[in-house]
Design a protein around this ligand. Structure first.
Ligand code: NAI
Length: 329
């Protein structure tokens, strides 16, 4: 069985080659992103293994199906980038890795909170430059602060547990409350209450039609002045230009992003020799109280190993007619 892995980086190659390869599988690592220009590379590959910024829109899926692809094995939990109606019509099977390490993502959200609060990005540059002054580096104790968790599935619940350990008061918003989060003492409230009361807000819900631009000019205005917003969910949860206005005004006090609505054209590549064409991202990067990472929250050894193991197991299960971790099939 021929399997092509689009958007594969060296760390993907390492983790897939370290995993036990079921008999009869042949892996082809392809660094290019899947899109209409590159889709021909998948011809005669029964299985296409895709990541979050690969294009799985209707025209690409149609071309994949015409080229002989039958299974799309996502190396991600999120599947907001797949046109499910088109996939259904083309009788493609879609599988995913529902949970590879909630700790990886939750801990990265906490890393952003700590770095923003204690201004580690500024301190790091300052001391390397021989500047040992402390002005502008004042942080706050996390203990006793109110943290709002939007989406309390696997990652949100793990994040809530860590923040409970810091002694934070937890507010949660999720249409399906999680008993393990309630057991931490979290109070489930509506989104407006959460936004109005929390000093730190962290987004851990999937991107859907309902959650698109959940954070927008109106919701930013509703937040406590000087609040911190962290998004390790999906870029589309936030209306990005509205963040710039809220940061300029001081309404938003801190911003940590691991995801960005327009990231597909930028992230996972070294573009340091090129002029940045995205003016919104360029403006965000000028604020001293903003840290942006390029969708790296998943990037731990444990998560990479789990992605490789589960993906290969998903493909093997599908090949025996007993598909698992189905999104569509
Ligand atoms: P999960 O499915 O376990 O939990 C998602 C939770 O969000 C569920 O409890 C659901 O009821 C809730 N939810 C759905 N719509 C909501 C809404 N409109 N408002 C509030 N809550 C809502 O998913 P998991 O594993 O916790 O992942 C969450 C998201 O994190 C993924 O969908 C993905 O977008 C993102 N993610 C980001 C990664 C990164 O590297 N930055 C890596 C992995 C996931």
């Amino acid at each position: 069985m021929r399997i092509i892995l689009f958007s594969s980086q060296n760390y993907d190659r390492d983790s897939f080659l370290a995993a036990p390869l079921p008999a009869g599988m042949e892996l082809q690592f392809q660094p290019a992103r899947l899109n209409l220009e590159t889709v021909a590379l998948a011809d005669r590959h029964e299985v296409v293994c895709a990541f979050i910024n690969d294009d799985l829109s209707a025209p690409v899926l149609e071309r994949l199906a015409a080229g002989g692809t039958r299974l799309i094995a996502l190396r991600s939990a999120g599947y907001n980038h797949v046109d499910l109606n088109a996939a259904r019509r083309l009788q493609l099977t879609i599988v995913r890795v529902p949970a590879y390490s909630p700790h990886a993502v939750a801990e990265h959200a906490v890393a952003l909170i700590l770095a923003l609060n204690r201004r580690l990005h500024r301190a790091y540059n300052r001391t390397r430059d021989g500047d040992f002054s402390l002005h502008g580096l004042t942080g706050f104790d996390l203990e006793g602060k109110t943290v709002g968790v939007v989406g309390t599935g696997q990652i949100g619940a793990t994040f809530a547990r860590i923040m409970a350990g810091f002694g934070c008061t937890l507010l949660a918003y999720d249409p399906f409350p999680n008993p393990s989060v309630e057991a931490l003492g979290a109070r489930y409230v509506d989104l407006d209450t959460l936004l109005g009361e929390a000093q730190i807000i962290s987004l851990h819900c999937p991107l859907t039609a309902d959650s698109k631009h959940l954070i927008n000019a109106q919701s930013l205005a509703h937040m406590r002045r000087g609040a911190m917003l962290v998004n390790t969910g999906r870029g589309g949860l936030v209306e990005t230009p509205a963040l710039i206005e809220a940061l300029k005004d001081g309404q938003l006090g801190y911003l940590g992003l691991d995801v960005y609505e327009e990231e597909a054209q930028l992230f996972f590549e070294d573009r340091s020799d090129l002029p940045l064409q995205d003016d919104v991202l360029a403006r965000l990067l000028t604020f001293p109280n903003v840290i942006i990472t390029a969708h790296q929250a998943f990037l731990t050894r444990e998560a990479l190993a789990a992605i490789a193991d589960t993906t290969l197991a998903n493909i093997a299960a599908w090949a025996t007619g007993q598909p698992q971790n189905l999104v569509l099939g």
